[in-house]
Structure formats: structure tokens, C-alpha cells
Design a protein around this ligand. Structure first.
Ligand code: NCD
Length: 307
């Protein structure tokens, strides 16, 4: 059974296939509107979400399928003490595919090991978020025409930002990628990712606290929110939350074809004045996320012999 737990579960060729399918869906949506007729997606969300859950739901509806699930742990049997493994076995009797978000790192992997249907990791704690990466990849592909020879800046909470971890993993497989890591000292990228991904794959990277100094180098600027819910104390959060606020003046030395991405939700880190700038891609990114989830659902259901 194929699942999507980590973005590296898919080869570069498979990611390209998903991008091609998503582009085809964008061009010819009517071709896809009944592809999942009679199929059910279960959205098991043990942690808050707006975009990811609704994006999965919209994706399944636009494929002609149906959706069931819950959006908080309190309304599921987890509140009675049911294990993730048991929940996965139970849901396998009701649905054709599962999208799971969980505050514990590794929970979707446990679900995958116990389910008899495909499981998609829709975010596990501060670890990974591979379907946000699918949205990010389609955005980069449509903006830049490919992934090679790009300098990508990641700014904000690189420690707890799971979308950053998954996107760095994904980009590490393309030729000529350079990574610039911009964060406060306390929110630096975890050293296991620097070691296992960046150094392992010989990807040149730079760590800095100074966004403006590196701005002229960047082809992509990936802004992130400081992840309040993963902090141990509120004081640290309050001290760090406004470390970076992207305002129009900070873009003065940026490339004219810079692409600004953000997985959203935005708190303070991008001023709304930037929304008018043609380099702002974060709302397109939301839309692309839905198309990539459609492509992903189709791929996993086909491979499971359910389509
Ligand atoms: C991200 C997440 O959940 O990790 N949101 C999302 O899915 N688009 C980013 C975030 O919450 O900051």
C-alpha cells in the first residue's frame, strides 16, 4: 500500500507526475469532476486546521467524491483513549483514503502501518507536512518553470515549522539548489535536517539572522509564522513572534522576479501591503494546494486499486 508520510516517499519523477496532473486539472477541471464518484475521504484532524482540512475536502468534492471525518480530537474516540492504530483500522472500514493531522510526530506513520487504505500525512507536530510541500512545489514550478539553480530563503520559525522541513527535503533532490536559513538564534533549523539533508546532499547553505542582507540573492522567499503552539512558554513566544516582518521597504533590494511564499496562516510576518505586490504568491499557493491534493488522491487511490 502506498502512503504519503514523508515527501521523500515519492521520487522526483512521481512529484513531476503530480505536477503534470495538477496542471491538467487546472486546464480541464470538467475531465476530473466525476473521477472519485462513490469514493470517500476521511479527514482525521487531531489538531486545528483551516486550509489543509478544507483543501482536502474541496479536493475530494471537486473529484466527485465524498468526505467524512472530524476536526478536533475532542469529538473523536481519542478523547476516550483510543489509539491511533485502532482508529486507523476502524476508519479503513468506512473510507477509501485517510488524511490525518496529529500533534504527535510519527502518528500518521503509525496510522499507515495499521490501515488497509492509503494514509496521507496532513501535518505531524513540528515534523513534516508533505502536502503543503506539494502546494509549494506547484507554486515554484508555475512561477519559475522548474526547480533547478534556485536560491531559496526560509525565514522565521525554522525549528518548529514543519512545512520548512518538508520543503527543504523535497528541494534537496534538484540540481543547483542553494538554501539560505534566516531565523533568530533560538529558532534555527534542527541540526538533524542540516546533517541528514543539507550536508548529506552537499547543498550549499548559509545561516543568518539578517533578512535584508541576503534579500538580493533570493529567487524564492519562504516566510513562516512563529509556531506559538509548539513553545514551552508564552514569554519566549512573545519575545520572538515579531522577529521578522516583511514590509515593502525590505523588498527594495529584492530581485524583480522574486517569489514570496507562505504556507499561511499569516500572523504578522508579512505586511498586508505586500499582498498587492506581483511577487506575492501565497494566495495562489492556497489554490495550487487544492489541485495538488486532487492529483495526490487520484494517484493513491489508483495505486491502491480503488479507482
Ligand atoms: C502550516 C502548518 O499547519 O504547519 N499551515 C498549513 O497547513 N498551511 C503552517 C502553519 O501553521 O504555520
Amino acid at each position: 500500500m502506498r502512503h504519503l508520510i514523508d515527501i521523500l516517499d515519492f521520487s522526483v519523477e512521481e512529484l513531476q507526475e503530480l505536477i503534470d496532473t495538477a496542471n491538467d486539472i487546472i486546464a480541464f477541471p470538467e475531465k476530473y469532476s466525476e473521477r472519485c464518484h462513490g469514493k470517500k475521504l476521511a479527514t482525521l484532524f487531531f489538531e486545528p486546521s483551516t486550509r489543509t482540512r478544507l483543501s482536502f475536502e474541496a479536493a475530494m468534492y471537486e473529484l466527485g467524491g465524498q468526505v467524512l471525518g472530524f476536526s478536533e480530537a475532542q469529538s473523536s474516540s481519542a478523547a476516550k483513549g483510543e489509539s491511533v492504530a485502532d482508529t486507523a483500522k476502524v476508519i479503513s472500514c468506512y473510507a477509501d483514503i485517510i488524511a490525518m493531522r496529529h500533534p504527535k510526530e510519527g502518528a500518521p506513520l503509525v496510522a499507515a502501518m495499521n490501515a488497509s487504505i492509503p494514509v496521507i500525512n496532513a501535518g505531524d507536530g513540528g515534523h513534516n507536512h508533505p502536502t503543503q510541500t506539494l502546494a509549494d512545489l506547484l507554486t515554484i514550478y508555475r512561477e519559475k518553470g522548474g526547480f533547478e539553480h534556485l536560491t531559496v530563503g526560509f525565514c522565521g520559525d525554522l525549528k518548529f515549522g514543519r512545512t520548512v522541513h518538508s520543503l527543504i527535503e523535497a528541494l534537496s533532490r534538484y540540481e543547483g539548489i542553494k538554501v539560505v536559513l534566516i531565523s533568530p538564534e533560538e529558532l534555527k533549523l534542527p541540526s538533524y535536517i542540516k546533517k541528514d539533508v543539507l550536508r548529506e546532499k552537499n547543498i550549499p547553505y548559509l545561516q543568518t539572522t539578517d533578512l535584508e542582507a541576503v534579500m538580493p540573492e533570493l529567487d524564492i522567499l519562504y516566510m513562516t509564522r512563529v509556531q506559538r503552539e509548539r513553545f514551552f512558554n508564552e514569554e519566549d513566544y512573545l519575545r520572538l513572534k515579531d522577529s521578522y516582518i516583511l514590509t515593502p521597504d525590505k523588498l527594495q533590494n529584492a530581485k524583480p522576479d522574486l517569489s514570496i511564499l507562505h504556507p499561511l496562516p499569516r500572523v504578522n510576518e508579512i505586511s498586508v501591503a505586500i499582498d498587492q505586490d506581483p511577487r506575492a504568491c501565497y494566495f495562489k499557493q492556497v489554490l495550487y494546494g487544492k489541485y495538488m491534493r486532487m492529483a495526490l488522491i487520484l494517484k493513491l487511490l489508483k495505486e491502491a486499486g480503488r479507482l
